[in-house]
Design a protein around this ligand. Sequence first.
Ligand code: F6R
Length: 602
Amino acid sequence: MCGIVGYIGPKEKKEILLDGLQELEYRGYDSAGIAIVEEGALHHFKAVGKLENLRRKTENFTSSGFGTAIGHTRWATHGKPTELNAHPHLGKFSYVVHNGIIENYQALKRELQEEGIDFLSQTDTETIVHLFEKYYTETQDAFEAFRKTVEKLEGAYATLLITEVAPDTIFFAKNGSPMLIGFDGDDIYFASSDTAVIGKAKEVYYLEDGEYGYAKSGKVHLFDANGEKEFTCKPLPADKLSAQKEGYRFFMEKEIYEQSEVVGDAMLGRVQDESIYFEELSEGFFDGIEAIKICACGTSYHAALTASYLFERIAKIRCEVEIASEFRYKEPLLSSDTLFVTISQSGETADTLEALKMAKRAGLKSLTVCNVDNSSIVRESDTAILTRAGIEKGVASTKAFATQTMALWMLVLYIGEKRGTIDKETLCREIDAMRHVPKALKVTDTLHARIHRLSKRYLHGHGFFFIGRDIFYPLALEGALKLKEISYLHAEGYPAGEMKHGPIALADSELFTIALMPKTMHYEKIKSNVEELSARDATICAISPLPFELADDFIPTTFDTHPMVEFFEMMVITQLLAMEIAIRLGNDVDMPRNLAKSVTVE
Ligand code: F6R
């Protein structure tokens, strides 16, 4: 997601910032900006889109004297990706960059506005710079003003501030979002991840939550709740690729762990107290819409299938799902009261894009749920809901699926509310469940260790069946897809009730069944389906909050009050299981054979 860099010293600051931001590109962003204080004067540049645009804007600017500098790449959460919303944010004489979320920004903003302060952007970040300037005006002491500002902030943040009133100083604070300080002699660097300073700084200090302070004249003054403190630096890792993985063995692993955070980001500003809000959907967008047709491929198709259950059950709107490559050649009958929805992580999948073009030619209104702004599918669609997962590097999709499913669930509630097919009580219940999802997505050490341990029993056999009912059927399909993509073992997803219509013929002790057994959805029915398999000696790995005595292996879940929360928790388990099996088999989890991240050919 967003990236931060900072520098104090005599070197060419523009290049240090732009190079640092380039190294953070892998995290994803949709706008970027830099600010520099040099010889007492502030300079700043911002651009929407790629860093190239920012480079072009700064072509004729150089910054070679001693000064302070901060830069940022932003992935839009509060407010659209525009120049005004891009960081650094400006007050009257200071600039700030920030990662994370200031949870109490609305209250702080209201207070500041009541005191006559104007806000230029829709971001939570801008409150930081106005608070600082207000306290500076009161105290005439820049560090005291910064300390008082930090004291007011609630939520997660990593922030840097520079100001004309202390032109040789960078103020910093960290709570919940990552930030480090890098050192090379008297030159001091800041960054949200060490890739940005590899090759520049020699050693680093990784800030802890609650730490803040200032850097000046080659020295960092570090504080926490107990006052000023000493700190010890570590040598900087030399390998950029492993630094990008942030300590995880594979990008896929990092992305699985990130799901809790990115799903939270996908909900930001959209899940409100008693309603769902999408700033990208105009009032009346769904007027005249009586049905939904979703087209997608692979994992995105599984998110679509999941949503189709919810659209019909909760929003009471007809919903059909088609694999894009099939849809294109079946000469489908399309009617203009149908909303055509595409789902795509990359926004470049050829079959999905062509299906969308066909639907548009037939006069259908279109909406895409996509992770990449300005991608071909986003540009081709009437409107887009961005999933905000950040760049997904692992070829096997994980966090994209999680955010797609969350975005679609929110869309179901939004449409249900607009059509009046969902009552307040149901809406509030769904929203309450939604708020539990980031917790259900957290990977605990115990869970990961358990899956790692039992994965050794699943490295052979003649195949896997992932089975589930209702929304857990698309999850079974997705679990099987993950496993086959990275382990190269044969796996199929099946509706549990369908096994007896043929597939059960395969059952024996070498057939592994991964049974998704949620408590809140047809538990007794799936239980009897699994019993049928067990009676034929199939090896059963049950995933459930309820103990199941016929299971050969059992992975207990903890959330058992809403099917969607159970869904997300089980999703993480199937992803980890696939990954641990693939790692034991010695496969390249991030780049499985024969696969590409973006499929731009038919
Ligand atoms: C599976 C996977 C693929 C993609 C499919 C569609 O892990 O990544 O199945 O889901 O190629 O790609 P997008 O979502 O980019 O349209």
